[in-house]
Ligand binder design. Structure first.
Ligand SMILES: Cc1ncc(COP(=O)(O)O)c(C=O)c1O
Length: 360
């Protein structure tokens, strides 16, 4: 669905009567370091690519992704963001009974609604630190044909071990598990958790977004990989030229320089770890805001005495956009989410939150 996402700097700018550029966006979960340096140059040098049709199946970037991960390119599809796959999978697999591990990203449910499916939620509880319960998920999966798992999860930041997912996949061989790893590159030790390279299960599909880690949400690029028969089924719904020419050039270039990817991930993870520690140490002084320990570039926090719309409005008045999580099914109106940036910006957010929470 079109509404209910972060990143609406234009909307806040209109409310405040300023330019969208003057808004600090801490509502969208992007890499605080920004894109790898070469991306801008690659775009500028390849602007003329838009004068020709791109590869209809985005074959070069698909092979680049496959080569990087050491997997068969026939088990990968490139799309215009993982969004394309989220909305296509329920239709392509003709799903009837969908389970979503929540509280989570709302587009899984929206994709189901679009197909006339009323999804069932298996909700993790705040008391359990939002860690999903394996047996509860397994019980519900037994009655499903499709299960969405976001790992690490948006907005809680909670990460489940690989074993959690593979246990489910083994127990329920007839159920397709879609694992959204959009935020996994931000996590230390992601390689041991990712299922992108795992072909031991016939019922696993993995989503890999390029938007978050490379800070290129506007280019709209992402990949689906997994069991070949499932990938082939999704491919039946593929439309030619789903990925635009510039996006194909940029992603192909990224995977043509694999030696630069691991250091970029490492730098990102180290930066986030440092900023997060600093922010969380400071935020303990704030009365009325309790952060949920997570593994990502963003932080979910519970408001003890205030509502999320009120706090977002007050922080918004300082031209800082944070995410009101009221529309995440299962969270209610007391949660906000923000994505850390550089130290100066994070300090500005802290001060703004401090001011908002001091109001009665
Ligand atoms: C968990 C999750 N998955 C997928 C997406 C969609 O990302 P994209 O379509 O840019 O890959 C988002 C965007 O916010 C997200 O939070």
């Amino acid at each position: 669905m079109i509404i209910g996402h972060g990143g609406n700097t234009k909307g806040l700018a209109e409310e405040l009567g300023c330019l969208a550029d003057e808004i600090i966006d801490m509502s969208a979960n992007l890499n605080p370091l920004g894109p790898p340096e070469r991306i801008k140059t690659v775009i500028m040098e390849n602007l003329s690519a838009i004068h020709a049709l791109p590869e209809p199946d985005a074959g070069s970037m698909t092979r680049g992704f496959a080569r990087f991960h050491g997997i068969d390119p026939d088990t990968v599809i490139a799309g215009s963001g993982t969004t394309w796959f989220i909305y296509t999978i329920p239709k392509a697999l003709d799903a009837k009974n969908v389970v979503i591990l929540g509280p989570t990203y709302s587009d899984y449910a929206d994709a189901c609604t679009m197909q006339g499916i009323a999804p069932a939620f298996c909700m993790a509880r705040a008391e359990d630190g939002f860690l999903p319960d394996l047996e509860a998920v397994s019980d519900m999966a037994a009655r499903a044909d499709l299960v969405f798992i976001c790992n690490p999860n948006n907005p809680t930041g909670v990460l489940v071990e690989k074993e959690f997912i593979t246990t489910l996949a083994r127990r329920h061989p007839d159920v397709c598990f879609v694992v959204d790893e959009s935020y996994l590159p931000f996590v230390e030790g992601a390689g041991d958790i990712s299922l992108v390279q795992d072909r031991s299960y016939d019922n696993l599909l993995v989503l890999s977004s390029m938007s978050k880690i490379f800070t290129i949400p506007g280019l709209r690029t992402g990949f689906l990989s997994g069991a070949k028969p499932l990938v082939d089924t999704v491919m039946h719904c593929y439309q030619p030229w789903s990925v635009n020419a510039l996006a194909q050039v940029v992603i192909t270039d990224i995977f043509d320089h694999p030696e630069q990817i691991a250091p970029f991930y490492e730098k990102t993870r180290a930066y986030i770890a440092g900023e997060k520690k600093k922010f969380l140490d400071t935020v303990t002084d704030l009365k009325g805001l309790v952060p949920v320990p997570g593994h990502t570039c963003f932080i979910l926090a519970k408001l003890l005495y205030h509502t999320a719309p009120l706090v977002c409005r007050q922080v918004g008045a300082d031209r800082i956009l944070i995410r009101d999580c009221s529309n995440f099914t299962g969270l209610g109106h007391r949660y906000v989410r923000f994505s850390l940036k550089d130290r100066k910006t994070n300090t500005a957010l802290f001060r703004s939150l401090e001011k908002a929470l001091a109001c009665g």
